[in-house]
Design a protein around this ligand. Structure first.
Ligand SMILES: Cc1cc2nc3c(=O)[nH]c(=O)nc-3n(C[C@H](O)[C@H](O)[C@H](O)COP(=O)(O)OP(=O)(O)OC[C@H]3O[C@@H](n4cnc5c(N)ncnc54)[C@H](O)[C@@H]3O)c2cc1C
Length: 537
């Protein structure tokens, strides 16, 4: 008897979203081929190695591990063990205010309340207790919305949407919502700067996102031994263990259509076909380069041009000939002109005078990232996404000097004398690495570009095409990107008629009717298909 062929899927891009999908799909009985343009997997979440120093290219804060814990549980593994997550409990990070004072954030809620009392008095300490209580409820009510796919406005009438409506307050921004709890502007800032993780200003981000700071206090912040960039090769290895094939240094040139159905991808000198295609490459970049404009209406080139995008970042990766043992792992400086600085970013202006910035001193937790007696400093400055009025090549050296001086405000007052290795990355560099407008946190997360108004997980403008990563629902940031991988994988598996056993983790969405299993789709058809054994039930 002829063995039944497995259904096939191609994943374009080996970022965290693509690799988490590869793990879930390969485990569930799909023959997966990941195609990655670069020589290494990881995308924005990879390690940068230079002169004996190792840096994270992008993410340094690992938040809300619940999603990745469940993804690992689904495939029979333990995320904490596999990824070597290290909790940073006290301080999780230090926040230094240009306006004066500083606070060490901690996930010990009682200790945090006391620190707020010390800095800002009783009223703000009580405000924090209330903030925690309110946001615990808010997260609880909004979770199902963030973990379920959205297909259109009619979803607003579902039970899950009704629940979240109680806390959504679409008229309020994060900053305005916090006023009711805190009268000290610095504490409002401490509870709201996290919208920068979405590349947004708290003055514009919807009030739903007050949950971001709460997630840090409630669930903690983690480092991964070897850097967060070490996570993606581990995901790749696990996916390969389940039979996925990962082809690096292989750019996809085009998605192949038959009518409205995506049937495969064109490479430099090869075309490969699959039952399903998943795009993990930056959404707007992928659409404008891999999909003919006439195949898109809602997401045409013209409409993509008009969408809102996140900020970009100016980066310094510094190899130091000394260690900074007294400095915390994460430190953030909030400009005295915080709101003006944010407005500058939105208005495509560079803040020269007192910009906000973030410094990671990872070696204080993870000395293996630098040679003995040395350390790495990762510096991130939120700046505008690419714009014709800014030529970074002309200004980057001058800006670098401004930033080195600014670092003294975080206690790094001797940096210039101790740099032995250095890399500068500007928004133009991000833009040149396949990120639309260098907007590293993807499409902005305003209500007009969220839920069903964000590119949908089962892509609405083509058959057999799915999106994972920061460009789809629920949004940018590692936990949400992993969630997008889980949502899109659930949809794809159900569309293939597969009903895998995920070790006690549901392979469908609460309160959403599961479609009838259609086994017709589950076998692979003829042609040059990407091929193996799976764990599908
Ligand atoms: C500086 C910075 C700091 C960040 N900090 C944090 C943080 O602290 N915490 C957090 O949770 N998140 C953070 N993020 C956001 C987010 O977690 C990462 O950007 C994440 O890597 C995005 O994942 P992704 O799956 O969407 O895609 P990406 O990581 O962008 O991966 C997409 C992949 O697709 C590949 N690709 C593109 N085009 C093609 C093609 N034509 N053919 C084949 N392959 C292609 C790319 O090479 C890339 O490998 C940060 C991001 C940046 C840039």
């Amino acid at each position: 008897m002829q063995a039944k062929t497995k259904p096939t899927a191609i994943i374009v891009g080996a970022g965290p979203g693509g690799l988490a999908s590869a793990m879930l799909l390969a485990y569930s009985g799909v023959d997966v081929t990941v195609i990655e343009k670069e020589s290494k997997v990881g995308g924005r979440t990879k390690l940068v190695e230079k002169d004996g120093f190792t840096y994270d290219r992008g993410p340094t804060f690992f938040h809300y591990p619940e999603v990745i814990e469940q993804i690992f549980q689904a495939v029979g593994l333990d995320a904490h063990k596999e990824l070597e997550l290290i909790p940073l409990t006290d301080p999780s990070y230090r926040l230094v205010f240009g306006a004066g004072g500083q606070i060490d954030a901690t996930s010990d809620l009682d200790l945090m309340t006391e620190r707020i009392r010390e800095l800002s008095g009783d009223k703000n300490a009580r405000g924090f207790e209330k903030y925690v209580k309110d946001n615990r409820k808010k997260l609880d009510l909004s979770k199902a919305c963030l973990q379920t796919p959205w297909t259109g406005p009619s979803n607003l009438f579902t039970r899950r949407a009704m629940r979240v409506a109680k806390v959504l307050k679409p008229w309020a921004s994060v900053a305005s919502d916090l006023r009711k709890n805190f009268d000290d502007e610095r504490i409002r800032l401490a509870m709201s700067f996290q919208t920068k993780y979405l590349g947004m200003s708290p003055f514009h981000a919807p009030s739903l996102f007050t949950i971001l700071a709460f997630l840090e206090y409630e669930h903690g912040i983690f480092h991964a031994r070897g850097g967060l960039g070490s996570i993606t090769p581990k995901l790749a290895k696990i996916a390969e263990g389940f039979g996925a094939k990962i082809r690096t240094s292989t750019p996809v040139k085009e998605l192949i259509y038959e009518g409205k159905t995506v049937v495969g991808v064109k490479l430099e000198d090869e075309t490969i076909y699959a039952d399903k295609v998943v795009v993990n490459a930056d959404f707007a970049h992928a659409m404008t380069t891999l999909v003919p404009d006439e195949k898109r209406k809602k997401w045409s080139n013209k409409k993509l041009e008009k969408k809102g995008y996140s900020c970009s970042t100016f980066m310094l990766y510094l190899g130091m000939d000394k260690t900074y043992d007294d400095q915390p792992h994460h430190q953030i400086y909030a400009s005295q002109r915080y709101e003006e600085n944010l407005n500058d970013i939105t208005n495509h202006k560079i803040t020269w005078d007192d910009p906000s910035l973030y410094v990671q001193n990872a070696c204080v937790t993870d000395p293996q990232l630098a040679p003995e007696g040395c350390s790495t400093l990762y510096v991130l400055v939120p700046v505008p996404n690419t714009h014709e009025s800014i030529n970074w090549e002309d200004i980057k050296d001058e800006y670098r000097d401004v930033i080195l001086k600014q670092m003294a405000k975080l206690g790094y007052d001797d940096v210039a004398d101790h740099i032995v290795s250095e890399t500068i990355v500007t928004p133009d560099d991000w833009g040149a690495s396949d990120i639309y407008r260098g907007a590293v946190f993807n499409l902005a997360h305003n209500l007009g570009q969220m839920l069903w108004r964000r590119p949908q997980n089962r892509f609405e403008e083509a058959k057999n095409l799915y999106i994972v990563g920061g460009g789809t629902h629920p949004g940018s940031g590692l936990p949400t990107i992993f969630e997008s991988a889980r949502i899109s994988s659930k949809l794809l598996l159900a569309d293939l008629g597969l009903d895998p056993d995920w070790n006690g983790v549901s392979n469908w969405f609460p309160e959403v009717k599961k479609p009838k299993v259609n086994t017709q789709n589950s076998g692979s058809k003829k042609r040059n298909h990407a091929s193996g054994e799976g764990h599908a039930a």
